[in-house]
Unconditional design. Structure first.
Length: 436
């Protein structure tokens, strides 16, 4: 029996490799760019994100968040400055979630190429470039100015190995929020260079002295090294609760007296769900001392009586068929390593997950390769994100399955009938639809 599952992200892509002709795509008649921007989610607020360490020399300025995970070493701040509005995150849950989304975005950027260049291609003579997916079988270099042109669209630059820019080089034009550099190993920006876009490197990222970045530096498996740089992003990040926090305090502080006590019985059920998260942040410190004593004693029994009678039957029937609500399960490849990412919206009495692998699309032949315990204490909560690095024994096509195990030891496998293939020459995402 299949259980209903909310689908948050299901992607399935192949890679098409086009031959190089030596002329920029901006001069090709009838060209239609195919690039699509990834969604960074938790990594969106980060200007700098390292895997092992983040090191700075001199008065570097980072306007967004700066983080490192799973490493914890951040040096050079001060004299370096983080924010405002950025915050420093060293080996905390925020940085961990950002690193997972960084890996997912790296995989997403492995999109079909519109144009392919040989190893060591200098981007300077290709100016101007319109939106599209530009690939290098090897490395990209930049010795002068690269101009990006077009009123809208997405630019994706994929290198199998490195990205190296010369001193004084630059990238101009285009929306830095929609310019993406997917670097197969490490990226280095030359002295006093002016760079634009989001750098997602599989290994390390180095900004040499005086190099400035209008974008992000996100490293998956290495360090980020800075030296008297300015890392910023000139595109807006969507605000979270600005409008809500403005309107909520006014209504709460004005209508808290007796009139509220009368009308709260019905509206509270609707209004409390959203305002509570906002109002608690500021009003709690001031209003808790007096209103809490009054409001808690009278209103609390009223919602409890109503909510209990309504919600009690639902949890009673829900847990047995709904142990885990899966958001996505996907894989990405780099070198000889397969990165498996998955996330849940809710977990009820969940003990953990089993990962299986097989060389054919037959679950009966699958081998258990890893057990991942639930990241939620007690196995019941609002969801979490997970990742695991696998190294298949030989090159070829492999199938992966995800299964959850509840606290009673019952295992449920996701998508046993859907082919989930990973090839070392391609980047794919795992589709899923239900459980058996």
């Amino acid at each position: 029996m299949l259980k209903p599952i909310r689908l948050a992200a299901v992607l399935f892509m192949g890679i098409a490799l086009l031959t190089a002709t030596g002329s920029p795509l901006s001069q090709m008649a009838g060209f239609a760019p195919s690039g699509t921007s990834p969604i960074l989610v938790e990594a969106e607020s980060y200007s700098v994100l390292g895997y092992s360490t983040v090191t700075s020399t001199g008065p570097t300025t980072v306007t967004g968040d700066l983080g490192v995970y799973p490493g914890s070493a951040v040096t050079g701040f001060p004299p370096g400055i983080v924010g405002p509005p950025g915050v420093l995150h060293a080996a905390d849950g925020h940085a961990a979630a950002a690193q997972i989304d960084n890996s997912a975005a790296f995989g997403f950027l492995d999109q079909p190429c519109d144009f392919t260049y040989p190893d060591g291609q200098d981007l300077t003579p290709l100016s101007p470039l319109v939106p599209g997916v530009y690939c290098a079988i090897g490395s990209f270099a930049l010795t002068g100015n690269l101009t990006l042109t077009g009123s809208s669209g997405v630019w994706i630059f994929k290198s199998d190995s490195t990205l190296i820019t010369s001193s004084g080089s630059s990238v101009t034009g285009g929306d830095p929020c929609n310019v993406w550099w997917r670097v197969g190993s490490s990226a280095t920006l030359g002295t006093a260079s002016e760079f634009r876009g989001n750098i997602l490197a599989f290994a390390s990222i180095t900004l040499t002295s005086g190099a400035n970045l209008n974008g992000r530096a996100l490293a998956q498996n290495g360090a980020v090294t800075l030296d008297t740089n300015n890392v910023y992003l000139s595109c807006p990040v969507a605000p979270t609760a600005t409008a809500t926090s403005t309107g909520t305090p006014t209504a709460t502080s004005t209508d808290t007296p007796t009139a509220t006590a009368t009308e709260t019985r019905t509206p509270t059920a609707t209004a409390t769900r959203t305002p509570t998260a906002t109002a608690t942040r500021t009003p709690t410190a001031t209003a808790t001392r007096t209103p809490t004593a009054t409001a808690t004693r009278t209103p609390t029994p009223t919602p409890t009586a109503t909510a209990t009678s309504t919600s009690t039957p639902t949890p009673t029937n829900t847990p047995p068929p709904t142990a885990v609500e899966l958001l996505y399960f996907m894989a990405s490849w780099n070198g000889q390593t397969v990165l498996l990412n998955w996330a849940t919206a809710e977990e009820i009495d969940n003990y953990g997950f089993n990962l299986y692998r097989a060389p054919v699309d037959d679950f009966s032949l699958a081998q258990l390769i890893h057990f991942e315990p639930s990241a939620i204490q007690g196995g019941t909560g609002s969801g979490a994100t997970y990742r695991y690095l696998d190294m298949p024994p030989v090159q070829g096509t492999w199938w992966y399955w995800l299964a959850d195990i509840d606290t009673q030891g019952i295992q449920t496998v996701y998508n046993p009938s859907v082919a989930i293939a990973v090839q070392f020459q391609t980047q794919i995402y795992l589709p899923w639809m239900g459980k058996r």
